[in-house]
Design a protein around this ligand. Sequence first.
Ligand SMILES: Nc1ncnc2c1ncn2[C@@H]1O[C@H](COP(=O)(O)OP(=O)(O)O)[C@@H](O)[C@H]1O
Ligand SMILES: O=c1ccn([C@@H]2O[C@H](COP(=O)(O)OP(=O)(O)O)[C@@H](O)[C@H]2O)c(=O)[nH]1
Length: 240
Amino acid sequence: MSNAIPAHKRILLKLSGEALMGDDQFGINRATIERMVAEIVEVTKVGVQVAVVIGGGNIFRGVAGGSVGMDRATADYMGMLATVMNALALADAMDKQGLTARVMSAIGIEQVVEPYVRPKALQYLEEGKVVVFAAGTGNPFFTTDTAAALRGAEIGAEVVLKATKVDGVYTADPVKDPSATRYEKLAFDEAISRNLGIMDATAFALCRDQKLPIRVFSIVKPGALKRVVMGEDEGTLVYA
Ligand SMILES: Nc1ncnc2c1ncn2[C@@H]1O[C@H](COP(=O)(O)OP(=O)(O)O)[C@@H](O)[C@H]1O
Ligand SMILES: O=c1ccn([C@@H]2O[C@H](COP(=O)(O)OP(=O)(O)O)[C@@H](O)[C@H]2O)c(=O)[nH]1
């Protein structure tokens, strides 16, 4: 174990479903998930308590063609179920790499995973277990980014770490606008007023009100999670 002291004691890590796809078109790429878990193992080794909110875009977008014309709330429940599948895959990969993972769902599905109960989640974190929050907020019309803000605030995380395909928040979507430049840091108010598409406004507003900072960083860059946790300059900090 290294002697370096991490910058955070408890983190809420948001992994988008798409991050699990790797280079595949949809679904879960085994090598990618194993690599992500290896990065999580590294930060638990320095004593950081880790909770994860997992997205569902990789599975849900795979079936989204079938959801065209569907009732929005029904489609959203399908999306939430997709996050449960990802959570199970992630927890399985964590267990295989020596972590003890507990999946907690925001919707009742007890035969599959335990329900989200806040004191239980806090207990698991204190015990050094990794908690994977599934089914988002449990409500349609929300996103897993908002679930990350909500759970992050509930468990008293010091920061929400959004791991994504880009290496920070840009002045515009860098995938569509190559001239976009990256912010080192920016205030929530600016992120909201500029309508920066990296996260939805509900998630930003919740974190702003709770003074819970968000750091957006690259999931593709090896070692980035560890550097973020050690307080090194990585990605973009969004602050209140
Ligand atoms: N201002 C911006 N800065 C950075 N990325 C942005 C911005 N606007 C839109 N994006 C897009 O947002 C994506 C990140 O969202 P993603 O991780 O897919 O989140 P979600 O969990 O919401 O699906 C990036 O891949 C990027 O293309
Ligand atoms: O609180 C929530 C979280 C998620 N979802 C649904 O689940 C899908 C997958 O979540 P998200 O798009 O946030 O996943 P990601 O883009 O991070 O993979 C969303 O599109 C919504 O349909 C929802 O209805 N309520």
